[in-house]
Write a protein that binds this ligand. Structure first.
Ligand code: DHE
Length: 495
């Protein structure tokens, strides 16, 4: 068709189309301008979640408008209220509830087609290519420019820095011997990296919008938990070859997966579902998964386990309480009065007066709750300078650290005495910049804290004197992950 005819056709079409379609076209443009960079040009997700009707089934349109206008707490979603007028906000909210032109799918063939295998298992040398205590290495995820830095935990000097997939999220998971690490990205990529040879060995895209990954205690399997599609996906840990796609459904209902974790003493994976009130225990034998369904009283969001993996401690989706589920009987054994949207994924435990306690920050309350794990009573609520995201300690340290993360005191970090159950120090290492997420070295003697900024740093502290030792410049460092602590399921760190 000639350019002249195209213009005429466009003009005729614009005169004939109903008003709503004009709005949709405008909304599409707005979407591409303001949303596509995080949520994907095709709305299939990226840094932000997929914006498709099925992903939004639990979010009412006014809430979507509210999120566009004011941003969302505890996420990277910024407020657009001062950039977009009300009509544009409404048009965008309408738009994201419209089904896309073609239904997004991510089938077995998409997964296998995405598979990359630059270094199959057994083809790289079995000795580290550099000199370091391989058990005291740290990985630092730098979300500012999507890189990872490998840090020597003795000298606290960077060893290597490499590009990651876009928007890594959640903790990378190590193989049981600490040689390999598996990263998960928000848009579904799993990357296996060899820490001995400093090389990516295998990659695969498990889904369109992924929550996290887990590595089985024996190191043989990797499980991916997806928001989109509604699946759990099992891979062989050697070369990331697809073993099985488990549809996450009950009757006609399908569900997003809140997260999946490995439960070492049970030789299983535990997943919680976001849209069906169930937790799943998945056991894999000879590459075949079998699922045991545990009915729960409500939908579970964030969750955590006691050290023996006898109980799952989950945050209810309404953000108003927590619940304790016995993983053997499936019974809910306690309801935890945690009204401030507890971030149980950040929970840690320690010994206090001869019993085990756990502590969790809250997304919507300036508080840390400390809970007796014998009777599931909240024994202390510490008032903080604002809602926190991450909590950390180490068995050998008398202190636990919690960040503030949200609000005017986001640049502050509290140090809690684990026996006095009191905040004993508040640090403000870089005024105006978020200071968050701590990880200790293998001995619990030093720790790293992120200055969460593009012009940021990882700060090394002496864990006992709380004195700053050095700053290592980094680009928006988020999580730090010590090999020893992770493979030994250290009580003060995330699993
Ligand atoms: Fe996370 C871990 C869920 C927003 C940084 N986050 C996790 C895990 C879950 C989770 C289930 C545990 C996975 C694992 O380690 O295997 N995160 C959520 C959310 O539901 C939430 C609130 C909304 C969302 O956007 O998905 C959310 N998380 C964020 C952020 O906005 C953070 C601060 C920045 C970012 O990178 O997106 C963020 N989340 C992290 C980090 C971890 C994490 C650094 C790993 C913590 C660890 O020490 O193990």
């Amino acid at each position: 068709m000639s350019p002249g005819k195209k213009t005429l056709l466009a003009l005729a079409t614009s005169l004939l189309l109903p008003a709503t379609l004009h709005a949709a076209t405008d909304a599409e443009t707005l979407y591409q301008q303001h949303c596509a960079s995080c949520h994907g040009a095709d709305r299939l997700g990226g840094m932000g979640p997929a914006l498709l009707p099925e992903n939004l089934s639990r979010l009412k349109k006014p809430q979507a408008e509210e999120a566009i206008q004011h941003g969302r707490p505890a996420t990277q979603m910024p407020a657009f209220g001062n950039v977009l007028d009300e009509a544009s906000v409404t048009a965008l909210a309408e738009y994201i509830y419209q089904p896309p032109a073609t239904n997004p799918t991510w089938e077995k063939t998409d997964i296998t087609d995405s598979h990359l295998l630059p270094h199959p298992t057994g083809t790289l040398p079995d000795e580290p290519a550099y000199d370091a205590d391989m058990m005291n290495l740290f990985l630092v995820v730098e979300i500012g420019d999507h890189h990872v830095t490998l840090l020597d935990g003795d000298s606290m000097e960077p060893i290597h820095r490499f590009a990651s997939r876009y928007a890594l999220h959640g903790g990378p998971k190590y193989s049981p011997d600490g040689r390999f690490v598996y990263f998960g990205s928000r848009d579904g990529w799993i990357t296996k990296y060899d820490l001995y040879n400093l090389k990516v060995t295998a990659e695969v895209r498990a889904g369109i919008n992924m929550r996290n990954i887990a590595v089985s205690a024996d190191g043989n399997y990797v499980m991916a938990a997806n928001y989109l599609p509604h699946t759990l996906v099992l891979f062989d840990a050697d070369n990331l070859e697809l073993l099985e796609v488990l549809p996450v459904a009950s009757g006609d209902e399908t569900s997003r997966v809140s997260a999946v974790y490995t439960a070492p003493p049970r030789d299983s994976f535990i997943a919680a579902l976001k849209d069906i009130p169930e937790a799943w225990e998945i056991t894999v034998v000879n590459g075949m998964a079998s699922v045991r369904r545990i009915q729960t009283d409500t939908w579970l969001d964030d969750f955590f386990f006691d050290p023996g993996y006898d109980h799952l401690i989950g945050a209810a989706r309404d953000g108003k309480h927590g619940m304790v589920i016995n993983l053997d009987t499936g019974e809910t054994v306690a309801d935890l009065p945690l009204p401030g949207m507890p971030h149980l994924g950040s929970g840690i435990t320690w010994e206090y007066e001869g019993r085990r306690v756990m502590a969790t920050p809250h997304f919507r309350a300036a508080a840390v709750s400390i809970i007796d794990m014998d009777n599931w009573q909240v024994i202390k609520t510490l008032e903080t300078a604002g809602p926190g995201f991450f909590m950390r300690s180490h068995e050998n340290s008398r202190y636990a650290w919690v960040d503030v993360f949200f609000g005017p005191n986001k640049d502050k970090v509290h140090v809690i005495d684990k026996q006095a159950l009191e905040i004993v120090k508040t640090l403000q290492p870089a005024p105006g910049k978020v200071a968050a997420h701590v990880e200790f070295d293998r001995y619990g003697e030093k720790l790293l804290l992120s200055v969460w900024d593009q012009d940021g740093a990882v700060i090394v502290y002496d864990a006992d004197t709380l004195e700053e030792e050095k700053r290592i410049p980094m680009n928006k460092p988020s999580g730090k992950y010590n090999v020893w602590n992770k493979i030994h399921y250290e009580e003060g760190t995330s699993h």
